[in-house]
Design a protein around this ligand. Structure first.
Ligand code: ZN
Length: 292
């Protein structure tokens, strides 16, 4: 599993390294919606996650994908037999165009309330144009989301029996948030963890090491992610965690537990952390070469 994750991770790093690749085919490729586990459903595109958690009292949607994909996400939700107007909350992993671009429209069409971490809410209201974002000036803008409610760290967003807990995991962006909740199937309840991107990317000249609080926050995030309750790991970019391969194995081999791996969050953090430290070391080398 480690090796697979590492290989895929490098792919994702390259993919995200340049927004020139923002129209990467898999981001736009339609994907038939499917059940992840219990009342948790995948309604995103092939390469960008959107997760629907359903209950008779209303639903929660996490992430919206790209601005131009709103209609596709809505069609996926309807194809599963759910109504847009039953979505009560829309949550976000981080406020970049590939995860938040469609949120303004999805909120308008459903009437749902949008909620995010404090820093995430600020970036959503700015339509991704957030000066505190390491990718400020490089990441594309998208329709601003207003209003956005703030969810405190460790607080839960609730609808009927659903409780989705926010875990602030800053690093990739200041507002990066991971979400966990319980879903049950035939009396067996598992924790699903939607863990945000852990890649350290920035505009030209941006250095994490110039801001010790950012470095400390990112290191804390790795420890936090490694310790999350995590029976099924899902990531905003499915390929960052080999998610679609695990889904394919489940369906192809009739292996109902192929998605379940209590060590998945730990493995995800273990791959990302050395890459961050590597970047910090390179930033230092760059400073030496520049004579400062
Ligand atoms: Zn991003």
């Amino acid at each position: 599993m480690n090796l697979t994750v590492r290989t895929l991770w490098i792919g994702t790093g390259l993919l995200l390294a340049g927004w020139a690749h923002a129209h990467e085919a898999s981001w736009n490729r339609p994907r038939q919606p499917f059940r992840i586990y219990g009342n948790s459903w995948y309604v995103g595109t092939q390469g960008l996650s959107a997760i629907l958690i359903t209950s008779p009292q209303g639903h929660v949607l996490i992430d919206g994908t790209l601005e131009g994909k709103a209609a596709q996400i809505e069609a996926n939700i309807r194809a599963l037999g759910f109504r847009l107007c039953d979505i009560k909350w829309i949550l976000n992993s981080h406020a970049h165009a590939d995860h938040a671009g469609a949120i303004a429209r999805l909120a308008r069409d459903s009437g749902a309330t949008v909620a995010a971490s404090a820093a995430g809410a600020k970036a959503l209201r700015l339509g991704g144009n957030d000066p505190d974002d390491p990718q400020f000036g490089m990441a594309p803008r998208y329709p601003a989301v207003t209003p956005v409610e703030v969810v405190a760290d460790d607080a839960a967003v609730q609808v009927g029996p659903i409780a989705v807990v926010a875990h602030y995991t800053p690093g990739h962006t200041p507002g990066s948030t991971s979400w966990t909740w319980r879903s049950c199937e035939g009396g067996r309840c598992l924790t699903l963890a939607y863990v945000d991107s852990l890649t350290a990317l920035g505009r030209h000249g941006f250095r994490y090491r110039d801001e010790p609080a950012r470095v400390a926050g990112f290191r804390q995030t790795f420890a936090m992610v490694a310790s999350l309750p995590c029976d099924i790991l899902i990531t905003p970019h499915p390929e960052a965690s080999g998610f679609m391969q695990r889904v394919a194995a489940r369906d192809r081999e009739h292996a109902p537990d192929a998605l379940i791996d209590a060590g998945a969050c730990r493995a995800y953090a273990a791959v990302a952390e050395p890459r961050f430290e590597e970047r910090l070391a390179k930033e230092l080398q760059g400073a030496r070469h520049a004579g400062n």
